[in-house]
Design a protein around this ligand. Structure first.
Ligand code: GDP
Length: 424
């Protein structure tokens, strides 16, 4: 069976933890989009880890981790992460890399930096991991597939062809030196030697695994609102964050994705720029940010403070629906235990019109939050294992959110570690 764990909002919903948890009953875990720009934080018996490119199932002995064809594959990031894990006592994970995955090139990172610098105040808040230049090149048909690393003729010709174009932009738009083609070839040779043991036709491997009845878990990065089609365009990421894209980014039949777990956080957080209707500022924001997540809401990749706000059920209902979620995991609920009352953004006021439907970006810019206030539970719910044992107001919050977003909340996460989970 194929399951997917995906984000319903802006990312950082706690997908990593849910994937790590579901990894126990999975044979194969696949990253199907995005790159090393987002981070998943995982707390388990080995310690606390921030993963950027490796799927969150790498901590189990029985799982195979796959970097699918849809990923923006940073070779150095992968090997840095593997080395980090192994040096901290985690058994070396079993990894397969798609021969059709494309490679994040050193100049993608350079272009990302140059462009954010050029945009200044109007920048996207990119993590500067080269993701946007990478996907631009992929769809401009000048990207490098992993398979090309193994054909020097092809590689040299491709480098020369790409540099001709890149050098013009580098020199004339960004006033930088042209690309050193010899050094680039050398780097790609190093990449080739690093990835060689892992490369295969992962789509064929996965299709075979589906036939054999293996449990496959697709791990999404970021969330619906960062999807290039359905998100808050243009402040989105460059690859689809939707479960449906799992079929393409991993190369499996779409009808095999039977279970889609959308992760919704009990409040909102976002990194980078873009519309965020229920955002908080000032002291209220600082308090939520410092209490949030596991030791504060600060980016796993960048360390920068995340923007925070109250739960937005307009965005979450839409986020869950566009993921085609079959169930919802509500995470980080324990953090809200300090509040007397908890505001939830349940509608938008767009120039006097009240709506619960998530609008296009031009209208979203004008949206003001309409809050419904729910009573808090004023206690620490960490350690609770049974739904009935949660305080009444806490259960009411969960049931209210479920009604608003319209999909069953089957899991409630009340702490960062694998075991902090309540099944309903
Ligand atoms: P992801 O990108 O969706 O995997 O999310 P992140 O890992 O970036 O952010 C989630 C943060 O919340 C991490 O620091 C997790 O350790 C933490 N976390 C996950 N679930 C819970 C929870 O139920 N309670 C608390 N307090 N922290 C959680």
């Amino acid at each position: 069976m194929v399951r997917a764990v995906v984000g319903a909002n802006w990312g950082d919903e706690g997908k990593g933890k849910i994937t790590d948890m579901l990894g126990e009953t999975s044979d194969i875990i696949v990253r199907f989009q995005g790159g090393s720009n987002a981070g998943h934080t995982i707390v388990n018996d080995y310690g606390k880890f921030a993963l950027h490119i490796l799927p969150s199932g790498v901590f189990y002995n029985h799982t195979t981790s796959i970097i699918g064809n849809g990923v923006a594959f940073s070779v150095p990031a992968l090997f840095k992460e593997i080395n980090d894990l192994v040096s901290r006592g985690v058994p070396k994970p079993k990894i397969l890399v798609s021969d059709r995955a494309q490679i994040v090139m050193p100049y993608h990172i350079l272009f990302d930096e140059c462009e954010e610098e050029r945009l200044g105040k109007k920048s996207f808040g990119s993590t500067k991991s080269g993701i946007a230049p990478f996907y631009s090149d992929k769809y401009s048909k000048i990207g490098f597939q992993v398979s090309e690393l193994f054909d020097d003729e092809v590689l040299k010709e491709h480098i020369a062809r790409v540099c001709e174009q890149k050098d013009i932009i580098l020199q004339h738009m960004y006033h930088k030196d042209p690309i050193d083609q010899e050094a680039l070839l050398q780097t790609l040779h190093e990449y080739r030697d690093m990835v060689a043991p892992y490369v295969c036709d992962t789509a064929a491997f996965l299709q075979n695994a589906v036939k054999e009845g293996k449990n496959i878990l697709l791990e999404g990065q970021l969330g619906t609102l960062k999807d290039p089609d359905f998100g808050i365009y243009p402040m989105v990421t460059s690859s689809s964050t939707l479960a449906a894209y799992g079929a393409i980014g991993a190369g499996i039949p779409p009808y095999e994705i039977k279970d889609i777990i959308a992760v919704v956080k009990a409040y909102s957080s976002a990194v980078g720029a873009g519309e965020f209707v229920s955002e908080l500022h000032g002291e209220e924001a600082d308090e939520l940010r410092n209490r949030g997540g596991d030791g504060g809401e600060f980016g796993a990749t960048t360390g920068r403070p995340r923007r925070v706000g109250w739960l937005d059920t307009v965005a979450s209902k839409y986020g869950v629906r566009m993921q085609s979620a079959t169930q919802v995991a509500l995470t980080v609920l324990d953090v809200l235990g300090y509040l007397d009352e908890i505001p939830v953004c349940t509608a938008y006021d767009i120039e006097g019109e009240i709506t619960t439907e998530f609008p296009v970006t031009t209208k979203l810019k004008k949206a003001k939050p309409v809050f419904t206030k729910l009573p808090g539970w004023k206690c620490d719910i960490r350690g609770i294992k049974k739904y009935e044992d949660l305080p009444e107001n806490c259960r009411k919050y969960i049931e209210f959110v479920e009604k608003e977003i319209g999909v069953k909340i089957t899991m409630v996460s009340n702490g960062p570690s694998r075991s902090d989970i309540i099944y309903r």
